[in-house]
Design a protein around this ligand. Structure first.
Ligand SMILES: [Ca+2]
Length: 265
């Protein structure tokens, strides 16, 4: 084997080893589907568009997701029997890329949290992107806990007890989401520095639209529209050096922006 051929072979093999995997999930209907050609089923492998799994939780319990992998969840209604938990074994990486969990769009892929559960939970995870879902019901639409570099993008989150909760971790992002009509608050974070909240619409909550507390330091809250909440538009408690820019905050029953304790805008 000459050196040139050997090098080419090594490159090809490395390419295969690093190849990202795609997984597929569908409900019982194929009407309006964009990813899959068959209904989802527990017995399916979930590795092809013609054999999708029936739930994200089943993909997560069957496979360990690797950096660059993607799970495509098609149009339909998915009611969680248990909360799908994305953990450290299903994480992406800075070098290998994010793990993407991709819906068909926030008007097409509906995930219903079970009673007391969450639509999706990231627990001690890193570099995971949730993109294009509607989350309905449950204790929280999305829960991000002790996780880093989680992105929640283009989601519609409503009818949960709280919309999105970020607890601990760092460097997470909520972008271009609509968070509305949840039972308490819209976006809640604590002890999670460098959180970025941008381009979201947050409205009609009995509590605060955005509630950041306890060392949510260096957060960037920009270009959000925060209206018609019965609490404050943005509540900041004991968070250092937050950046607030270009937000439209109107028609909230309490203060538009309220800071207390070590906050310096
Ligand atoms: Ca479907």
């Amino acid at each position: 084997m000459n050196t040139k051929y050997f090098c080419a072979l090594v490159i090809v093999l490395q390419g295969v080893a690093a190849g990202a995997a795609n997984y597929y999930v569908n409900d019982a209907s194929t009407i309006g589907d964009v990813f899959c050609s068959a209904p989802g089923a527990l017995v399916n492998s979930g590795t092809t568009t013609s054999a999708p799994k029936a739930s994200l939780a089943d993909v997560l319990s069957t496979y360990a997701l690797a950096p660059g992998d993607a799970v495509f969840i098609d149009s339909g209604n998915f009611t969680n029997a248990t909360t799908p938990v994305v953990g450290p074994a299903d994480s992406g990486s800075q070098i290998g890329g994010v793990v993407t969990i991709q819906g068909a769009g926030s008007a097409k892929t509906f995930i219903y949290g079970g009673s007391g559960g969450y639509g999706v939970q990231c627990m001690s995870a890193a570099y995971v992107r949730l993109d294009g879902f509607a989350f309905r019901g449950g204790a929280q639409g999305v829960r991000v806990e002790e996780s880093q570099h989680i992105e929640v993008l283009n989601c519609d989150i409503g009818s949960a007890a709280n919309g999105i909760i970020v607890s601990g971790g760092a460097d997470n992002r909520v972008q271009n989401c609509v968070v509305h009509n949840n039972g308490d608050r819209g976006v809640v974070a604590s002890s999670s520095p460098r959180l970025i909240l941008t381009g979201n619409r947050i409205y009609q909550h009995p509590g605060h639209g955005i509630d950041l507390s306890y060392n949510c330091n260096d957060t960037q809250t920009t270009a959000n529209i925060i209206t018609n909440n019965l609490g404050r538009g943005i509540n900041l408690y004991s968070c250092a050096t937050p950046v607030l820019q270009d937000n439209l905050i109107a028609n909230n029953s309490q203060e538009g922006i309220y800071q207390i304790g070590r906050a310096h805008v």
